[in-house]
Ligand binder design. Structure first.
Ligand SMILES: [Zn+2]
Ligand SMILES: [Zn+2]
Length: 330
């Protein structure tokens, strides 16, 4: 395959990748259908932000956030059935059962981390370690600015953690299982080794609890934008949205079977850090996964970081200490 030049890299020599928005297909159909798939994303983001901005304190709770998150995701799953982006990404029973396992595991790991490292413990440590009255200037800023700052700061950390995972072998071992998925749907964000979940969640849980409303608003950016990373629905996403935010198109390139393509679009909610640091590729891919799309079993995903790390270390030691005797001595 010839591939396409993006910056100083050639994308798509190993597997097909569509590069450039002008080459990505648009939603076809009547005016209502096109309008829905054009305005759904911005409208739901605005509605959710408005809700968290104006809701009284009795309603603006973490429990409401969980109910909204679950209903929003249930609606998106229905949308995936009605308007799949790629037939090859349609949910099968096997995929559905696997997803269910990982989503369940995700909740369990997060709950266990909450039990051992409860929010109150973290908050106490954080509040004890710093003089938070110095942050009064932050709490005095308009709510939306606070929320934007939290979301951007969080995504900046995620960007470098994710980029680190693709560039440093020990971290890659924890992230590799996520790259064996061969299709996208909104539950695929949960697929991977639990060590990765821990690394991604590191130091984030409950950190901003001293600014609850701003944190709930920041969480809305994650829910109403980040969720679309792994969705099997085609939207006519507006140009400004694609410029600012990560999309299923960007993330499908990241999951491409093409190695160069997979080394791009590291952001979670925002894509602007990829634009800033030169790792953004605007486009999409349908053929996803590793090793030509080999499906990794759940048990392999659980032990992969350890077994693969062990094998690599063994090979490395063997190569270091058992040099071939054919090498002449000087
Ligand atoms: Zn990745
Ligand atoms: Zn992913």
């Amino acid at each position: 395959m010839a591939g396409v030049r993006v910056g100083n890299r050639i994308i798509g020599t190993e597997a097909p990748v569509t590069v450039g928005w002008e080459n990505v297909p648009k939603v076809q159909g009547g005016p209502w259908k096109v309008a829905f798939f054009t305005y759904f994303q911005p409208a739901s983001l605005l509605a959710l932000l408005a809700f968290w901005y104006y809701a009284p304190n009795s309603i603006a709770t973490a429990q409401t956030a969980i109910i909204i998150s679950l209903s929003f995701r249930a609606f998106l799953i229905a949308l995936e059935f009605m308007a799949p982006r790629h037939r090859s990404w349609m949910l099968t029973w096997k995929e559905a059962v696997t997803d269910l396992f990982y989503v369940g595991m995700g909740y369990t790991v997060v709950r266990m981390m909450g039990a051992y490292l409860g929010d109150d413990v973290i908050i106490e440590a954080v509040q004890g370690a710093a003089d938070w009255s110095k942050l009064d200037w932050f709490a005095g800023m308009p709510l939306l600015i606070q929320a934007l700052a939290i979301s951007l700061l969080f995504d900046f950390g995620q960007y470098w953690m994710h980029r680190g995972m693709h560039n440093w072998y020990p971290l890659w071992l924890t992230h590799a299982p996520h790259h064996y998925i061969t299709q996208l749907n909104i539950n695929k964000g949960a697929v991977g080794n639990p060590v990765e979940l821990f690394l991604i969640g590191l130091g984030v849980g409950g950190f901003f609890d001293f600014l609850p409303r701003a944190a709930l608003l920041a969480g809305t950016f994650g829910l109403a934008i980040g969720t679309y990373q792994h969705i099997n629905v085609r939207f006519n996403t507006p140009g400004w949205w694609r410029f600012l935010f990560n999309t299923t198109e960007h993330h499908s390139v990241h999951h491409s079977q093409d190695y160069e393509a997979s080394r791009s679009n590291y952001g979670s909610t925002w894509i602007i850090f990829d634009r800033l640091f030169g790792t953004c590729v605007d486009g999409e891919a349908e053929k996803l996964g590793m090793e030509g799309g080999r499906r990794m079993t759940i048990s392999e995903a659980m032990h992969f970081p350890f077994s693969e790390g062990y094998n690599t270390t063994k090979q490395w030691l063997r190569a270091k200490f058992h040099k071939p005797s054919a090498v002449p001595a000087e």
